[in-house]
Design a protein around this ligand. Structure first.
Ligand code: HEM
Length: 486
């Protein structure tokens, strides 16, 4: 806010011309009609009509903050990525979000939470766009819009509907692992600060000698154990009282000097282990067992700066999994490959062709690109305007190639992943219920599932959902079924 003790600046039009009044339009006499030459008032009304950009098609409601990531360990044997060299400190932006609700929806609705991180590295922006769970509902990007449609609103009454949610989940049993997380404590975290964040997908790291490892990212919160939750009753009550509960908590804790932090660990799998691993390591509905691939510490993430301007820095922030930097590559995960296309595409639609020139999205490192022009272009490359050229324009660097993997020649098909030894849809969900959750967590899981299923009106879908939970875990299935008299 401007200091109220100083003489305020003179209001101007957006072209910098002084405005004669903040209160009265130009009229013929005090009671007469408004004149078209009142450019200031007309600009004010016209600009107001254009204030909104479309909300994100998913993850519309959120909040975020800036901070830094410091690499504290020597992991150069695994990646040559500059930001992960010991001692390097990189400015970051982290945006948290819910998935299915709209821009004004309550923070405490049951949903996975987004954990979207932008590293402004010395070698361009690196974006890791994950969630507070290590897995996801589906494993093929062709299902994504159908999945989201089943979680958002119906066509006829514009209501969210538990029947269609469970219809989709039971039709796609690979969702069971993520739905177990969703119906458990992580479905309504106590605060964003107390959640873990996961890259979820498998990525590829390459060291300076060209050796490669598959990698999974785990940001463990330093505020507790990552399991702090709100009961369904508390979440419902808070939703009615303070829809911005999580956004407010993050803002206030940073404002009052308590900067939340996370410790980044990775799981690393030698490249050649992938084919023989008991689970398909590229299937986003699966985790890698920590016994098989233990966590290795990398460094610390700290959020210590609130945005100065929410719209400019958070609403217009554009994260894209395709922003990978040298030393870090994608993987054969079909979901990840679909996302490499989807995000830049949605940003061009939602924000505009030149979204990468907005200060929050622009890299801190120099840009020498032949892309040019278009709506709202701010800085434009000079001549020469094409490559290759003989006039000293930028030239590409073959050593900047991101790490890739070898693909066996095969026919072009539409098929599910080839199953690995222990791959199935319900196995890891059952392990989560039996071996990871404690008694209290299991009780709340059964109670949340029951509460959610209470709103399923279609008896056939309810029956399918009860079978789904019996397939996850017989005891859990029996507990839930008993609540429905079955
Ligand atoms: C094929 C699968 C997916 C597609 C097509 C997809 C598509 C999208 C789209 C279009 C947006 C809106 C982006 C914007 O307007 O700024 C979005 C946001 C987001 N997605 Fe996905 N998504 C997919 C899977 C996932 C998965 C698996 C995760 C996490 C592991 C994820 C995490 C996020 C997050 C955190 C955001 C919000 C980013 C922000 O804060 O701006 N998405 N997604």
């Amino acid at each position: 806010m401007t200091d109220t003790t100083n003489t305020p600046a003179v209001t101007t039009t957006d072209a910098g011309i002084a405005a004669p009044s903040d209160s009265h339009s130009l009229t013929v006499g005090p009671n007469g009609p408004i004149l078209l030459q009142d450019h200031y008032v007309i600009q004010k009304m016209a600009q107001f009509n254009r204030e909104r950009v479309p909300e994100r098609v998913v993850h519309a409601k959120g909040g975020g903050a800036f901070g830094y990531f410091r690499t504290t360990e020597d992991i150069s044997q695994y990646t040559k990525a500059d930001l992960f060299q010991k001692g390097r400190e990189t400015e970051t932006l982290l945006r948290f979000s819910t998935v299915a609700g709209e821009l004004g929806s309550p923070d405490t609705w049951r949903d996975p939470r987004g954990f979207a991180l932008k590293f402004y590295t010395n070698h361009g922006n690196y974006d890791l766009v994950g969630n507070n769970t290590p897995v996801f509902f589906i494993r093929d990007p062709s299902n994504f819009s159908d999945f989201i449609h089943s979680q958002k609103r119906r066509a006829d009454n514009q209501l969210r509907d538990h029947t269609i949610q469970w219809d989709f989940w039971t039709q796609k049993p690979e969702s069971a692992h993520q739905v177990t997380y969703l119906m458990g404590d992580r479905g309504v975290p106590k605060s964003w600060r107390e959640m873990n964040g996961y890259g979820s997908h498998t990525f590829l790291w390459e060291n300076a000698a060209g050796e490669k490892h598959w990698v999974k990212y785990h940001f463990k919160t330093d505020q507790g154990d990552g399991n702090a939750y709100l009961s369904q009753a508390d979440a419902d009550e808070i939703a009615g009282k303070d829809g911005d509960f999580h956004r407010r908590d993050l803002w206030n804790s940073i404002k009052h000097g308590s900067a939340p932090s996370w410790t980044l660990h990775v799981q690393l799998m030698p490249m050649n282990d992938a084919a023989g691993y008991r689970f398909n390591p590229f299937d986003l509905t699966k985790i890698w067992s920590h016994q098989d691939y233990p966590l290795i510490k990398v460094g610390d993430l700290v959020l210590n700066r609130n945005p100065e301007n929410y719209f400019a820095q958070i609403e217009q922030a554009a994260f894209e999994p395709a922003n990978l930097v040298p030393g870090i590559g994608a993987s054969p995960d079909k979901m990840l490959l679909g996302r490499l296309f989807s995000y830049p595409d949605t940003h061009r639609y939602r924000i505009g062709a030149n979204y990468l020139q907005l200060p929050v999205n622009a890299p801190k490192s120099p840009v020498h690109s032949y892309n040019r022009d278009g709506a709202m272009r701010y800085s434009n490359p000079a001549d020469p305007v094409y490559a290759p050229n003989s006039f000293g324009g930028p030239v590409a660097d073959p050593t900047a190639e991101l790490p890739h993997w070898q693909i066996e020649a095969g026919e072009v098909v539409r098929e599910a992943y080839t199953l690995h030894a222990e791959d199935d849809d319900f196995g890891q969900a059952g392990t989560l219920v039996r071996d990871v959750l404690d008694d209290g967590q299991r009780e709340r899981l059964a109670s949340n599932i029951t509460g959610h299923l209470n709103e399923v009106e279609d008896k056939d879908i309810l029956a399918k959902a009860l079978d789904y939970w019996r397939s996850v875990d017989l005891e859990l299935g029996a507990t839930v079924a008993k609540n429905f008299g079955q």
